[in-house]
Design a protein around this ligand. Structure first.
Ligand SMILES: Nc1ncnc2c1ncn2[C@@H]1O[C@H](COP(=O)(O)OP(=O)(O)OP(=O)(O)O)[C@@H](O)[C@H]1O
Ligand SMILES: [Mg+2]
Length: 316
């Protein structure tokens, strides 16, 4: 964190309180994993960023489908700062707008996420703010976002007598991610907040795109890749039929191939596959009926018996 007056284009603080503002260069991503564009998402993000004014964009979709990565990969490509705010039900107004804190014996004002993002965009010219897990915010905190998202495009911090605005020509794309509301999310997104975003649904990728994702992460064994995708698709269908609660995501499949690679350096190919299936797939399920169902699907797809304890309990 640096002092506010080190950021070009920012008006001087009117109060005597020192304002602690972020250092923009820290927000330029240095290492972002590959993103496979399954539905022109990166083009859409860029169009929303370049629009005048930039148009807020909300991605709703299941876990591990690349929502966060899509925003990060655009920031990485364009070499612009990205402020990723992990929201939760404990996020307070002080986190969003700012709060007084003690530094030594001095009281200073630490800017929250929203004015920080404006200052970073003013400093660099372009930036992306991503509000992660928007539906985890309490309804009251969702209201705090309204002012930056509508025609006002500003953040008011009355306690220090300042309004933060974007400088002319500077662009800040406000992105957000959320899981579907039937998904154990904490809250619904208020209608007034929802109406401020253009919303793009992130579905599970098509089979050929999921294959591309696995290739992008170095999994070249297409026989294994295809079997994994088949298993994942079956878990997604089983969730739709309310037979199990957990669907395997593209993130799980990438993890699978990475863990499998580690295990093959130590075990035989078959043992490595069995162990990875046990740890990465079966381990996701606690309920005995769900474990048995998954073990049966694995046996029919991979021809491997795993979870011997399950067979014992079936025979008892
Ligand atoms: N389209 C994709 N391209 C590349 N990797 C992907 C893609 N979709 C999913 N993945 C894999 O899933 C991982 C997680 O992606 P990300 O964190 O963006 O998901 P998310 O949708 O934000 O999930 P959550 O809802 O849990 O926050 C990536 O690191 C990668 O391994
Ligand atoms: Mg995410």
């Amino acid at each position: 964190m640096s002092k506010l007056n080190s950021i070009p284009g920012e008006v001087a603080a009117t109060s005597e309180i020192e304002i602690i503002a972020p250092n923009p260069s820290e927000y330029i991503p240095v290492n972002v994993p590959p993103f496979v564009d399954t539905n022109n998402q990166t083009d859409i993000i860029k169009l929303h960023l370049e629009a005048e004014p930039p148009q807020p964009l909300l991605f709703i979709g299941y876990k591990g489908t690349g929502k966060t990565l899509a925003f990060a990969s655009v920031a990485y490509q364009l070499k612009i700062p990205i402020i990723q705010a992990d929201l939760s039900e404990n996020t307070k107004r002080g986190d969003l707008i700012g709060r007084f804190i003690l530094r030594g014996s001095d009281v200073v004002y630490q800017l929250g996420i929203l004015p920080s993002a404006i200052l970073i965009a003013n400093s660099v010219g372009k930036a992306i703010l991503v509000l992660e897990e928007l539906n985890a915010l309490t309804p009251q905190m969702q209201k705090v976002l309204n002012q930056i998202l509508d025609w006002r495009g500003q953040v008011h911090a009355p306690e220090i007598g300042k309004i933060f605005r974007l400088n002319k020509g500077c662009k800040l794309l406000i992105g957000a991610t959320s899981n579907p509301s039937n998904y154990g999310g904490v809250f619904e997104i208020n209608e007034d907040l929802r109406s401020r975003f253009a919303t793009l649904w992130f579905d599970y990728p098509k089979k050929e795109d999921e294959l591309k994702i696995l290739h992008a992460y170095g999994s070249t064994d297409d026989n294994l890749n295809e079997l994994l995708i088949r298993l994942a698709v079956e878990t997604r269908k089983a969730v739709d039929r309310n037979e199990i609660e957990y669907a395997l995501s593209p993130r799980d499949l990438v993890r699978f191939t990475q863990i499998m690679k580690i295990y093959t350096s130590k075990f035989t190919e078959e043992d490595a596959l069995k162990k990875t299936l046990e740890i990465v797939v079966l381990g996701k399920y606690e309920d005995i009926d769900e474990r048995q169902l998954i073990a049966r699907r694995i046996e029919s797809i991979f021809g491997l018996k795993i979870g011997e304890d399950l067979n014992d309990s079936e025979n008892r």
